[in-house]
Each structure stands twice: as structure tokens, then as C-alpha cells.
Design a protein around this ligand. Structure first.
Ligand code: SF4
Ligand code: SF4
Length: 159
């Protein structure tokens, strides 16, 4: 996810409700990017259980995540700088394991509606914070820990 340029969403985007009119694969690049709620949850390190394959989220944010402004410091080059970064496309959604339950792409892929706090529904990016959905309130920076001990930072609850 990248840092949002604006606190409000264009009314035309909301009125059209493109995410209900089109399949994910049919979205324009701009529409695809608008779907991201900027929660930052996908920018947290995850740990996979070797036996069950279950993914657990940690409270440790990727080294490129800006915990102050909330977003990727180099969205354009993220895949080169962080090879583990998930660069989402509609075609990959079937195979990606580990997107948070509230992720807009995952919700729509599973045939669910966007939540009321999603900026495209509420009209404001502030509602993500107000609903406690972004990671800025609890995440710590990767640079502050030794990643060898990442398992000690697994969150109690799913995201
Ligand atoms: S979890 Fe989904 S909605 Fe949230 S920042 Fe990542 S891609 Fe965007
Ligand atoms: S590089 Fe890191 S901060 Fe940037 S989008 Fe990927 S996971 Fe998030």
C-alpha cells in the first residue's frame, strides 16, 4: 500500500460503486489502487506454522513501512527492495495465503461487501483509523528488533 494523497474520496468514485459493477480483473489501474484501504496489515511480517501451514501475523512492520504517515516509503520499487512484498493482482488472489480478513481485495474476491469504514464507502480515509483497522496504533518497526526472534512478536488475534 502507498501513502494516500488525499483524505477524501471523489464522489464520482463512490456514486459509481465500481467495485460492485465490475469483477476485480476488469478494474482499471486507478480503480484497483482505490480499493486499498491503507490499513497496512499486509505490511506486517508473518510467520507460517511449518506443520499446519497456517499464517500468523506479527506486530512487526516491514522496513519500508512508514509508521508515522502510514504507507510504503517506496511503493514503486517495493518488489525490488522487499522481495517478500505481496504485489497483488486479480490473478494472484487465489494463490495468496495470508491476506488479512479485512483486506478489500480479499473481501471482494470472496464475494463479500466492503465494510462501512472503507474509504470508498465512508468517503474518508479517516474512518479506517477510527475503526481501529490500521496498524499504526500497535505496530513496531522491523529495524527495532532482531528478526531471528520474530516468532516472539506473533499477535494473539487474527487480523
Ligand atoms: S491489507 Fe489489503 S487493503 Fe489493507 S493495505 Fe494491504 S492491500 Fe491494502
Ligand atoms: S515493501 Fe513493505 S511497506 Fe512497502 S508495500 Fe511491501 S510490505 Fe508494505
Amino acid at each position: 500500500m502507498k501513502i494516500s494523497d488525499s483524505e477524501t474520496i471523489e464522489m464520482s468514485e463512490m456514486q459509481y460503486r465500481f467495485w460492485e459493477q465490475k469483477k476485480l480483473a476488469e478494474l482499471s489501474h486507478e480503480e484497483w489502487e482505490l480499493l486499498c484501504d491503507h490499513c497496512g496489515k499486509c505490511c506486517l511480517h508473518k510467520v507460517e506454522d511449518d506443520e499446519s501451514g497456517k499464517i500468523y501475523f506479527t506486530c512487526v512492520a516491514c522496513k519500508l513501512y512508514d509508521l508515522e504517515s502510514g504507507g510504503c516509503r517506496d511503493y514503486e520499487h517495493r518488489a525490488q527492495i522487499v522481495p517478500d512484498c505481496i504485489v497483488l493482482t486479480a490473478g494472484k488472489l487465489d494463490e495468496i495465503n495470508g491476506l488479512p480478513r479485512t483486506c478489500a481485495y480479499r473481501l471482494l474476491h470472496e464475494g463479500k461487501a466492503l465494510p462501512v469504514w472503507h474509504p470508498l464507502v465512508s468517503g474518508s480515509v479517516k474512518t479506517v483509523r477510527e475503526a481501529g483497522m490500521n496498524i499504526q496504533g500497535f505496530a513496531i518497526a522491523e529495524q527495532e528488533i532482531n528478526l531471528k526472534h520474530i516468532k516472539g512478536f506473533v499477535l494473539d488475534s487474527d487480523l
